[in-house]
Design a protein around this ligand. Sequence first.
Ligand SMILES: NC(=O)c1ccc[n+]([C@@H]2O[C@H](COP(=O)([O-])OP(=O)(O)OC[C@H]3O[C@@H](n4cnc5c(N)ncnc54)[C@H](O)[C@@H]3O)[C@@H](O)[C@H]2O)c1
Length: 164
Amino acid sequence: MKQIHAGIIGLGRAGQMHLNNLMTMPDIKIVQVADVFIENISEKLNGMGITNQTRDYHELLSNPEIDTVFIFTSTDTHEEIVTAAAKAGKNIFCEKPLSMNQHEEASLNVLQAVKDAGVKLQIGFNRRMDHSSEMFMKMFATARLGLLRLLRLHHVILTYSLTI
Ligand SMILES: NC(=O)c1ccc[n+]([C@@H]2O[C@H](COP(=O)([O-])OP(=O)(O)OC[C@H]3O[C@@H](n4cnc5c(N)ncnc54)[C@H](O)[C@@H]3O)[C@@H](O)[C@H]2O)c1
């Protein structure tokens, strides 16, 4: 498998958790990281051998060595950064949600930019591989649930409550 040359944007609570996990994966090389408050975590990053650090995510996106970006910034930045990453030709993993904008068009515009760029995008949904989530997706795909208007997930030991 080809090694992924990664850039990480956003190193707060979720970003640091993901960083620790990514560091254990031999298929991933962390090339550069970015956070507007990079100085808060700089020493820890140096200790992990991650010395290529920047405050400016645009600088990371223009790094030709990076083929994939992991976006763990605050939710209100996802639309902007995912769009910029797609335009820079990077494959993208972004923490949920894609957009905070209640108008569906905002998310569709981001998805269009991703499609136009021909890059891959995955949104971090922590129960994607969960058996009960897979069961729900099968029911949805086979139209057993009808038209989906609203999905509310409560995860309490393998129990879902669905509001449709
Ligand atoms: N899937 C899950 O279960 C799960 C769990 C926790 C958080 N999240 C998501 O992860 C995201 C981050 O959450 P968090 O709790 O880590 O937030 P946080 O505030 O702890 O961290 C966000 C980080 O992004 C940085 N940042 C903000 N704007 C930036 C920019 N323009 N350029 C570079 N860095 C920037 C901030 O400085 C901060 O360090 C949120 O969208 C949240 O919804 C998902």
